[in-house]
Each structure stands twice: as structure tokens, then as C-alpha cells.
Design a protein around this ligand. Structure first.
Ligand SMILES: Nc1ncnc2c1ncn2[C@@H]1O[C@H](COP(=O)(O)OP(=O)(O)OP(=O)(O)O)[C@@H](O)[C@H]1O
Ligand SMILES: [Mg+2]
Length: 261
């Protein structure tokens, strides 16, 4: 079981779109995947058409002092075969405050996932959709993850943003003791081939991070932005369009990289 956090402290860069569609494409490719929606906005849950139900999220498990609640009880199926989800709810935002006095607050999710992994046949991949804020929830995700995948929007000052997130990953590695955390890679999103800026961002980021940048680039696509509103991943909403093809390509490249490591 490999745990991948999709993270970038910047808002609106394509984290949720990438988490949902990469997870769906991995499931389509025959893998068992668990998507954890760790953002109180619950965008990943609604993008898959799964309603956030009160009491069914990580909130109860993360704040359970007795440690008797398990992740398995919170898992729900999605309309996609082999893809399961732990939805988010607004209550998750309360974790920040509730866990404030807990000495183990940064490694709660790691313990929950360790327990899940040890408790029987688990999934192959756990994909965590992180909130944009740099708080207890995102720290928990990075403390629990084996790797972090960073979506980066092809826009002005992308490199500065990238430097910030890489610095933050290093800092969380130190404070959470998760020194094994790896950078899975950078995924360039919302690429617009008509603009020089997009092309410039791609070449700058590749110059700086080389192999760590996925070859697959996610183009800007209206269909991709419409699909969450219909509660469907892109492979269902527009199965043969460029958005679906680019996320399938990303899943293939992701799997290929797993074999190489
Ligand atoms: N490749 C794309 N083409 C067009 N629109 C996109 C693409 N990727 C994402 N979007 C749209 O951009 C917006 C932000 O994307 P998304 O919600 O995935 O970002 P996020 O990083 O999860 O945001 P937040 O930080 O708020 O959680 C959404 O409206 C989404 O539909
Ligand atoms: Mg999001």
C-alpha cells in the first residue's frame, strides 16, 4: 500500500482535479484505490458524486481519543469500480482546534493508516486530497504519506510557488519525523499551448527539477472544469476527450515510475 498526498499550499492549482482523476484512472487501469478527502470543502467527494454524510469522514477517526474507531468503517464505494472514498465534511475544519492540545496531533493520520494497513487486505494506492491551507490537516497528510505529488499551475511566478512548497515539504519532514517522504513528482496543470507563458513555465520548471517533473502535462480544458459540477470524474463525463486522455496518460506514467523505483 502506497500513500500519495496531493499537496500544494496554493489554492486552485488543480489538487482536487488531479486527486480525483488520477485515482479514477488508476482504478480504471485495474488498481484498488482509496481516495481520502482531507479538505473540509469536500470538493473531491462531490466531484465523484458521493455526498458528504455527517459522521462519515476522517474527523471522528482523527479526534478519537480512545483509538477504537477505524478508517475501514468510514470508507464508502464510489460509482467507479475499484475506487473507494473517505469523504470530507465541514467538521474536519474543527480538527485544527480539537487536536491543538494533543502531543501526537501531527501523526494522527499516520497511526490511523498504519492500523488500516495492518488490519487486512488493503488497497494498492491511497490518494489524499489536501486542503490548500498549511495547517494540522495538511501536516497530517504529509506525515502519513510515502510520497507527495505537487500539481503546479502553468502561470506567472510558478517557480516561486514551487520553491515554497518544496521548502515546506522539507520542514514538515523534520517536524513530523517522516524523513522517508519522497517527492513523487510535479504535475503541470492548466497548460495553455497558445500562450508563451505556459511554454515558458514548462521549460523553467523542467530546467530546475528535471526528472521530478512528469512528462505528462494536463491541458486547460473546459470539460475538466465542468465535470465536478456533474459529480463525475472526467473518464465518465467525457471519456474520450483530451482531459480524460491526459489523466489516463498521467496514471500510466505514474505506474511506470512505480516499477522503476
Ligand atoms: N486542467 C484544467 N482545465 C480547466 N480547469 C481546471 C483544470 N484543472 C482544474 N480546473 C478548475 O480550476 C479550479 C481549481 O481546481 P481544483 O479545485 O482542482 O484546485 P485545488 O488546488 O484543489 O483548489 P483548492 O486549493 O481550493 O482545494 C476548479 O474550478 C477546477 O474545475
Ligand atoms: Mg481542492
Amino acid at each position: 500500500m502506497k500513500i500519495i498526498a496531493i499537496a500544494n499550499q496554493k489554492g486552485g492549482v488543480g489538487k482536487t482535479t488531479t486527486a480525483v482523476n488520477l485515482a479514477a484512472c488508476l482504478a480504471e487501469a485495474g488498481r484498488n484505490v482509496l481516495l481520502i478527502d482531507l479538505d473540509p470543502q469536500a470538493n473531491a467527494s462531490s466531484a465523484l458524486g458521493v455526498e458528504a454524510t455527517e459522521g462519515r469522514s476522517l474527523h471522528a477517526v482523527l479526534t478519537d481519543e480512545a483509538g477504537s474507531l477505524s478508517l475501514a468503517e468510514q470508507i464508502q464505494p464510489t460509482p467507479i469500480e475499484r475506487l473507494h472514498i473517505v469523504t470530507a465534511e465541514l467538521d474536519l475544519a474543527g480538527c485544527e482546534i480539537q487536536l491543538a492540545a494533543d502531543a501526537n496531533r501531527l501523526v494522527r493520520l499516520r497511526h490511523v493508516l498504519d492500523h488500516y494497513r495492518a488490519s487486512g487486505p488493503a488497497v494498492e494506492f491511497v490518494v489524499i486530497d489536501c486542503p490548500p491551507s498549511l495547517g494540522v490537516l495538511m501536516t497530517n497528510a504529509l506525515a502519513a504519506a510515502d510520497s507527495v505529488l505537487v500539481p503546479l499551475q502553468c502561470e506567472y511566478l510558478a517557480l516561486e510557488g514551487l520553491a515554497k512548497i518544496l521548502e515546506m515539504i522539507e520542514r514538515i519532514k523534520q517536524v513530523s519525523g517522516n524523513t522517508a517522504l519522497e517527492l513523487e513528482g510535479i504535475v503541470l496543470t492548466m497548460y495553455d499551448s497558445r500562450t508563451n507563458l505556459s511554454q515558458q513555465v514548462v521549460s523553467d520548471v523542467r530546467d530546475h527539477l528535471g526528472q521530478k517533473v512528469f512528462d505528462t502535462i494536463i491541458p486547460r480544458s473546459i470539460r475538466l472544469s465542468e465535470s465536478p459540477g456533474h459529480g463525475k470524474p472526467i473518464i465518465v463525463y467525457d471519456p474520450v476527450g483530451v482531459g480524460a486522455e491526459s489523466y489516463r496518460q498521467l496514471a500510466r506514467e505514474f505506474l511506470q515510475r512505480q516499477r522503476q523505483n
